[in-house]
Each structure stands twice: as C-alpha cells, then as structure tokens.
Design a protein around this ligand. Structure first.
Ligand code: 5AD
Ligand code: SF4
Length: 455
C-alpha cells in the first residue's frame, strides 16, 4: 500500500500560515524508534517544523507496553501538558503505538485524559494525517480504538537523524507468543515486507551516503515465512550484501529457535554482516524456558551460542528476564551459568513485568520483588566482572569502525562503533566522519575501548 493522503497537503497549507512545531517522545524498542522516524517524516511532509520539548505545539507519544514503567511515564507527561492546554497555549497531543492497542489504556484516556486529541494504534500510520487535520483544523476530537490493520504501509516518508546509519524494518508483528510478552497482541501477526521494497529502500540509503543499516523485526529470522514462494532471511541478507556503498549490515532480533545453519553460513561468508549477533536468552533454565514458550532448552541455546562464537571476532549480546513467575533460586543459577559459559559482550536485563492478557499473567508468582531486584543485581555484577577480560582479548587486534563524530566525553578524540558494536574512541579529524576505518585497539575501559586508526 502506497502512502498517499490528501489530508497531508491540506495540513501543509494550514501549516504554511501557522508554522506549528512538533516534538516526538519515543518509548521502547528500536521498532518504535524506526516508527518515530516515519512519524517525523510524515509530520515534516505536512509542514510541521521540529521543535523542542518545551516549545512545541504537537506532542506525539509513540508508546510501548512491554514493561509497566512506560505507562506511568506517559500519564505523568500528559499531566504536565494538560497545564499548558489549560493556559490556552496551542498544544495538541497524539498518542500512537503499542500502548493504545490495550483496552484498559484506551478506557483510561477516555475517562481521565479527555484532552488528548488523537489516539491511533499500530500499523495505521496512513490514517494519521487525516486524524491530525481533523483534530487541529476541524476541532474534532478523535479518540477511537483502531485495530491492528494487516496492511503493510510502503513509501512512508522517513526522516533519519543519523547521516551514516539507518534502520530498516523488514518484518512486522510476531507469531511466537512467548508467555510473558504483549507484543503479539499489540503488533499482530508476522507480515514480511517484499524483498524488492526493502532492496529499493537500502539502495536509496546507499545513494544518500549511508554506510550502515540495521534490519529490524520482532523475529527477523521468520522473514519470508508468510510468502508463497520460498524466500527467507538468509536470502535477503545475500541480496543486500550486493548493494554497493553499504559496508555494515546489522539485524535484530533473531529468535534462537529459528537460527539455522544456512543463516550461520551466510554470516560467515559475508564481508558486511556485523560481527555482532543479538541472541535473546530470556532464561538459562529449561523448565522456565518451557513455561516461557521459548521452544529451546538450556543446552540447545548454549550449543548455538558457542557455534556462533567460533565465527572469528564475533561478539554476542542478549536479553534476560529475571524473576519470571515462580522462578526458583536454582533456576536463576542456571541463567548465571549460561552467562558464565557464553560470555556475552552486552546484556539487556529486565525484571519480569506482569502484562495483562498474556499467559504468564495468570501464573502464580511467589517470588518477592526484593528477590527479583537481588537477582538483577547479581546478574549485573557477574556481567560487569566478565566484561574487562572479554574487552582485553580485543587489545592488539584491528576492527572495522564507522566513525560517527567527536567523542562527547573527550573533545579531542573521535568515536564510533566497531563491527562488534563496541564503542571505540581514537584520534582522527573531521574528514574521517562517515567513513569505515580499521582501528587497532590499545586499551579497554569497561564501557569503551581506546584505539588507533591504522587504515
Ligand atoms: N517483562 C520483562 N521483560 C520483558 N521483555 C518482554 N516482555 C517482558 C516482560 N513482560 C523483554 C524481553 C525482550 C525484550 C525486548 O524485553 O527480554 O527480549
Ligand atoms: Fe515477544 Fe517472544 Fe515475539 Fe520477542 S519473540 S516479540 S519476546 S513474543
């Protein structure tokens, strides 16, 4: 479906006189970040100008509901904006994204936050210009529930903030129904974008000078399962490898259960796929994994992780949830055991958060919150103890780094991320910005490495 909308132009002519400013507040994952870039693209095509948090007219909240705290953040921020509305300032509020797909949130907005102007669900961006035009110009409030539409919206304008790296969504939705996770309920079933649309986008990015792309999906290695013909994620990667100008290809997230040998072979052969793989573990205990509906065992995960680690220079990152309902101390120790065996370079750690509507929300849970926090602390400690030795292994070796700009903490040095996704700082000058260079690592400093450009 092409992104065409007559309200876009009507809003633009209104904006010609009013010069309204927008501010986007993004919560949650990289898919949401990518959607926000599209909302920015749409808003600019409607004549809005980018503003700041304290001087804008349109506030767009792109929400997340994966964990509970985002809800409190949203309602807190709405409260602040209400004051500005009461003072008769020209302020409009739009709420989009995952949270709006939940009945209880919608009810709460309808009863206690009636000053919100537009509420839209996921996968219906093409309706946004019309809803916004009606709210602003026709003064028609439109708070309504919009179900996940399964249409794929192509050719949506997108405004990247970075000049050299860009994210590209390749598959929307999720069919996995991990028992703790709300995503399948709010983002709908898996829908893969056509390979030719993705290739077109990436070629355009290469022409515009982008060097690095990040392919996004809730489960990227399900890519193509919904096509009639056989076309899968490894085949897409091989196609994208051929595009001149793109030097680094990343993707997230793959599901361990779908990480097959053909994908490993494509990664091994590739000169562009980053030497960094995000492999979400969630728990290291087979029984908990079963209750999470993850469809792999502790042993299968470790076997896969160690196989990936044989690819030279590879680094692994992961997601872990501690305190899943009734997770015992012994089961948690299995998670620590996997962390010790695999040695992840980066771990995103979460305390289990009960999400209404999911299967796990109905499970009994006798683990206290204090115990959960304690497990998180112990996991963090183990990770931070392992990291220096992992970083130290990189000293003396040379890695591919995309130079992003001046280092924020050290004005004389420049910074970038290595193919392994490690922050590296080094001496350079402005002419290096946007180039992929070889950097030899000299020292490690826990959260970053220092090095010297060799080429
Ligand atoms: N509680 C805690 N963490 C969660 N995640 C997803 N759902 C929940 C939940 N209910 C985490 C998972 C996932 C990451 C994006 O968020 O680790 O991989
Ligand atoms: Fe959620 Fe599992 Fe799907 Fe990831 S794979 S989005 S954790 S249901």
């Amino acid at each position: 479906m092409k992104f065409v909308n007559s309200f876009k132009d009507k809003m633009k002519s209104y904006n010609g006189e009013h010069k309204l400013k927008y501010y986007i507040d993004t919560m949650g994952c990289q898919m949401n970040e990518n959607d926000s870039l599209k909302y920015a693209g749409i808003l600019e095509s409607m004549g809005f100008e980018k503003g700041e948090e304290d001087n804008s007219n349109l506030y767009l909240f792109n929400t997340c509901c994966v964990r509970e705290n985002a809800e409190n953040t949203l309602f807190g921020r709405l409260g602040m904006l209400k004051k500005r509305k009461m003072n008769n300032e020209e302020v409009y509020i739009a709420i989009v994204g995952c949270m709006t797909q939940q009945e209880h949130i919608l009810e709460k907005i309808k009863t206690s936050y009636r000053f919100v102007d537009v509420v839209l669900g996921t996968s219906c961006m093409s309706l946004f210009p019309e809803k916004l035009y009606n709210a602003i110009v026709n003064s028609k409030k439109k708070i309504e529930y919009i179900d996940v539409s399964n249409a794929l919206e192509e050719e949506v304008p997108i405004k990247y903030e970075d000049k050299y790296k860009a994210s590209v969504s390749i598959i929307y939705g999720c069919n996995n129904f991990c028992t703790y996770c709300i995503v399948p309920y709010v983002r709908g079933r898996e829908r893969s974008r056509r390979p030719e649309d993705i290739v077109k986008d990436v070629k355009k990015l290469a022409q515009d000078g982008y060097k690095e792309i990040m392919l996004l999906g809730q489960n990227v290695n399900s890519y193509g399962n919904d096509f009639e013909e056989k076309y899968n994620f490894p085949m897409l990667l091989e196609e994208l490898e051929k595009i001149d100008g793109i030097e680094i290809i990343r993707f997230m997230s793959p599901h361990p259960k779908d990480f097959k040998d053909d994908l490993i072979e494509v990664i091994k052969k590739s000169k562009k796929i980053a030497r960094q793989i995000h492999l979400p573990l969630q728990s290291g205990n087979t029984e908990v994994l079963k209750r999470m509906n993850r469809k792999y065992t502790k042993e299968q995960f470790v076997e896969l992780a160690l196989k990936l680690k044989q690819i030279s220079n590879i680094s692994l990152s992961t997601d872990i949830i501690v305190g899943f309902p009734n997770e015992t101390e012994e089961q948690f120790l299995d998670t620590l055991d996997v962390v010790k065996t695999v040695e992840f370079d980066q771990i995103y750690m979460f305390i289990y958060s009960k999400r209404n509507g999911t299967v796990a929300a109905r499970m009994e849970d006798e683990v206290t919150y204090e115990e959960k926090v304690d497990r998180l602390e112990r996991l963090k400690k183990l990770y931070e103890e392992t990291l220096p030795a992992l970083n130290a292994k990189m000293i003396g070796n040379t890695y591919k780094v995309l130079v992003e700009g001046k280092s924020k903490n050290n004005a004389e040095l420049y910074t970038g991320r290595s193919s392994q996704n490690k922050v590296v700082i080094f001496e350079a000058d402005d002419s290096y910005i946007g180039k992929v260079v070889d950097v030899k690592i000299d020292s490690e400093h826990l959260w970053y490495l220092k090095g010297t450009i060799v080429k």
